[in-house]
Design a protein around this ligand. Structure first.
Ligand code: COA
Length: 142
């Protein structure tokens, strides 16, 4: 049985996080703006990461990536659950701007679809050019 651990990334691990993000063909342009960054490891090997960026009561899933050969094994779900339980306060909304093929993933995790146009108009994180073709999902911490 593979042992999964999820921990906050140390400052010295940001290159590794960047590598994980880029390996999943995501942009790491705003990684330095992230407030929390988690790394998932399986038996010590980095297999995924998640970076959170805050704007008022909104917590953006800035980057979420699981390496290709380890997808569909619950690692993405575990990263979101740990972030949601540990780093999001009551009443805050977690927002993901993502491409439509991740719809099922976010719905499965209890996110609901938001009005993407409205979300993108609301602040500069959501309004970034890289989100131009993204749909939006949100989940409120109760
Ligand atoms: C999106 C991503 C992070 C999901 O990570 P993951 O570890 O594969 O997801 P999980 O195994 O935790 O999936 C949880 C559930 O979501 C759903 N799901 C996940 N990926 C799916 C897919 N490609 N198609 C359909 N359903 C999917 C399934 O219901 C899954 O549960 P199941 O496998 O028991 O059926 C991963 O595919 C990835 O890194 N993609 C590339 C980068 C990216 O698009 N990131 C999101 C940017 S916002």
């Amino acid at each position: 049985m593979e042992q999964l651990s999820i921990e906050e990334a140390a400052a010295s691990e940001m290159k590794l996080v960047e590598f994980l993000i880029k390996s999943s063909k995501l942009s790491s342009e705003y990684l330095s703006e992230a407030e929390r960054t988690l790394i998932a490891r399986e038996n010590g090997k980095a297999v995924g990461c998640l970076a959170l960026e805050k704007m008022g009561k909104k917590v953006y899933l800035q980057s979420l990536a699981v390496i290709k050969e380890k997808r569909r094994q619950g690692i993405g779900r575990a990263l979101i659950n740990i972030a949601f339980d540990g780093y999001v306060n009551k009443g805050e909304i977690v927002i993901a701007l993502t491409l439509f093929w991740n719809n099922k993933f976010y719905r499965t995790l209890g996110f609901r679809k938001l009005n993407a146009r409205k979300v993108k108009k609301a602040d500069e994180i959501a309004g970034r050019a890289k989100h131009k073709y993204c749909v939006a999902f949100g989940k409120i911490k109760k």
